[in-house]
Ligand binder design. Structure first.
Ligand code: HEC
Ligand code: HEC
Length: 354
């Protein structure tokens, strides 16, 4: 009897080893018993309800795995580029280049957007072609100007053979049989943990600090008909997460939202970006056309270019806001109060391999 059970044990052991060749986990059988810890996400009460799909709850272990994947060039075909190559924490998870380099220095045609408070959004990419962060994360892994893999099986093989990932997947999802869905689920969990709400503006709102006179004037321009920014970039998230044409062009090189819907009324519409941490995420707009906030403010002050789809909320097309130099400077001073130093330096969001 004793001999029989030893024999049986070995049989099991070798058959599971075969499956995971060449990586052979020693404690494979305990994996399914793992219970990940619920991740506690805090955010202010004036923020909307977060969007967390029921099949992918936030857990400590899932966020940790996602953070590793986000920073690991193992996801790119030649091990040179990671998500963080284009979405850098110091630039509010955007890039300081107009267009970022992918594998083989391939270059795209849109500026890398920030990743901030994405848990409150339902549409992703400038044109909203992705409707969840899980959907979105699938895209760069195979995209030829981003991580440039030919197929998922290469990526999965690399992860399965690595020294760390089978354990990290086991802790997060109770499986070390890695697949593409769990890869994007983990990345989405990490992205959902990237929240920012500790700017000077938030502290002012909570009565913890005072604004300068310039900042107060800038806030009044922003939040009233005078500058009229608040409709598309409302107080709170500082984005309405809706698509608008803010008058950048009369003719469109990039048709934006139209590429997704095919509706002519969507030509030249792009998702309003959040203005939180705007100080860090230059250059600006979907094509990075403006290098500075002064240029952005000059665009709105000029009023924007007319076109059939220009947003009715761009009320000053052809007229201009007619802000004085002082008012423009004050509007900028207000925008700078949206910088969240704690967010930019938060070690929970930084490279776990450093
Ligand atoms: C080569 C640069 C590059 C790499 C690498 C890259 N991205 Fe992006 N990312 C972009 C660009 C450019 C866009 C805008 C795409 C569009 O609008 O069509 C984008 C869009 C996004 C968005 C949408 C943000 C929003 O609010 O709309 C998310 C989230 C994102 N990327 C996450 C990732 C993840 C996760 C990875 C790694 C798996 C990754 N990116 C790799 C450049 C890059
Ligand atoms: C009609 C809606 C609308 C109004 C009004 C509006 N914006 Fe925007 N804003 C947008 C959209 C849409 C974009 C992105 C456009 C693109 O990239 O094609 C944008 C982009 C920006 C950006 C660049 C963000 C980035 O990450 O690249 C800044 C800064 C900005 N707006 C500030 C302002 C200020 C300041 C005002 C008021 C003077 C204002 N906006 C009024 C819709 C609007």
């Amino acid at each position: 009897m004793r001999y029989f059970s030893v024999f049986f044990f070995f049989f099991l052991f070798f058959s599971s080893c075969d499956k995971y060749e060449p990586y052979c986990p020693e404690e494979d059988t305990t994996c399914e018993e793992n219970q990940p810890t619920i991740f506690n996400l805090s955010f202010p009460s004036n923020f909307p309800t977060p969007n967390i799909p029921s099949f992918n709850p936030l857990t400590e272990e899932g966020v940790n795995l996602g953070r590793h994947l986000f920073y690991d060039p193992i996801l790119s075909s030649d091990n040179t580029v990671s998500c963080a190559s284009c979405h850098k924490q110091e630039y509010a998870f955007s890039d300081n280049k107009e267009f970022s380099f992918g594998v083989n220095e391939a270059i795209g045609d849109r500026h890398a957007p920030t990743i901030i408070n994405s848990i409150f959004s339902t549409d992703f990419d400038w044109d909203g072609k992705s409707s969840s962060l899980e959907d979105q994360a699938f895209r760069p892994i195979l995209n030829e100007v981003e991580l440039h893999n030919n197929n998922w099986s290469e990526v999965i093989n690399r992860l399965q053979m690595s020294e760390i990932y089978p354990d990290l997947f086991c802790n997060a999802f109770g499986t070390d049989d890695i697949d593409s869905l769990h890869v994007v689920m983990a990345i989405a969990q990490f992205e959902r943990s990237i929240v920012s709400y500790n700017s000077r503006f938030d502290k002012w709102l909570n009565g913890e600090i005072m604004f300068t006179e310039e900042e107060i004037d800038g806030f009044n321009i922003y939040a009233t008909e005078r500058g009229d920014c608040f409709h598309c970039h409302p107080i709170g998230l500082f984005t309405d997460n809706i698509f608008h044409n803010n008058g950048l062009d009369t003719e469109f090189e990039d048709l934006g939202r139209y590429n997704v819907t095919g509706n002519p009324l969507d030509q030249g519409l792009f998702k309003s970006p959040t203005l939180r941490n705007i100080e860090f995420s230059a250059p600006y707009m979907h094509d990075g056309r403006f290098a500075t906030l002064e240029e952005v403010i000059d665009h709105y002050n000029f009023g924007g270019h007319p076109s059939p789809t220009v947003d009715p909320l761009m009320k000053y097309v052809g007229v201009g806001l007619l802000l004085s130099n002082e008012e423009k400077a004050n509007l900028k001073a207000f925008l700078l109060t949206l910088s969240d130093e704690e967010f930019i330096n938060n070690s929970n969001f930084s490279n776990p391999f450093n």
